[in-house]
Design a protein around this ligand. Structure first.
Ligand code: 5GP
Length: 174
């Protein structure tokens, strides 16, 4: 582990440009409407911070929830637990879930179904990364940053054993 090098996959500059585009798209789609950005902890914390600032609107609310997925470090089992819930009900609200990465899709399948039972006005998904080659459940991603190959990625919020979340870019451990 200590000898492993980090290879840059997406630079901070590329991420910044794409996040600005996603923010502009969301701002256009929700013009004049209130939208609740729901960040999935912990992986989305940097993405959320940049995305929220890229939406030039006075009608943006921010909330977070925590999910624990049963499985090992690199494989999701699809059995998901909400470890920290939203601070406010989303009934009647437009919700955009802000997620770091959609891999098998099992975590998002669970969360989107769970949120729909709370009767929001709408639920959309904004994911920074997607690994389509690993999909078990097909999850429509309304706002997508980048499609990537089947690498285990770290940085910009994403961890390996809780480390590397603070890297300003996205990299692959070699
Ligand atoms: P899924 O249920 O779609 O398989 O997994 C989603 C979750 O698994 C993500 O929110 C993330 O926490 C974790 N995950 C999936 N792929 C990666 C990866 O390449 N790197 C890291 N750090 N986490 C990942």
């Amino acid at each position: 582990m200590e000898n492993r090098k980090v290879r840059e996959l997406l630079s901070a500059e590329r991420i910044g440009k794409r996040v600005a585009e996603l923010g502009a798209e969301i701002a256009r789609d929700f013009e004049g409407k209130e939208v609740v950005l729901v960040g999935v902890l912990k992986g989305s914390f940097l993405f959320m911070a940049d995305l929220a600032r890229a939406i030039p609107s006075e009608h943006v609310l921010i909330d977070f929830l925590g999910l624990a997925s049963y499985g090992d470090e690199t494989r999701s089992s699809g059995v998901v637990q909400i470890t920290a819930d939203l601070t406010k009900p989303v009934e009647g609200k437009h919700v955009v879930v802000v997620e770091d990465i959609v891999d098998t899709g099992l975590t998002m399948a669970y969360l989107l179904e769970n949120l729909r039972t709370r009767h929001p006005a709408s639920v959309k998904l904004c994911a920074l990364l997607h690994k389509p080659s690993r999909a078990v459940r097909q999850i429509p991603i309304d706002y997508l940053g980048f499609t990537i190959e089947d690498h285990f990625v770290i940085g910009y919020g994403l961890d390996y054993a809780q480390r590397f979340r603070n890297l300003p870019f996205i990299g692959v451990l070699e």
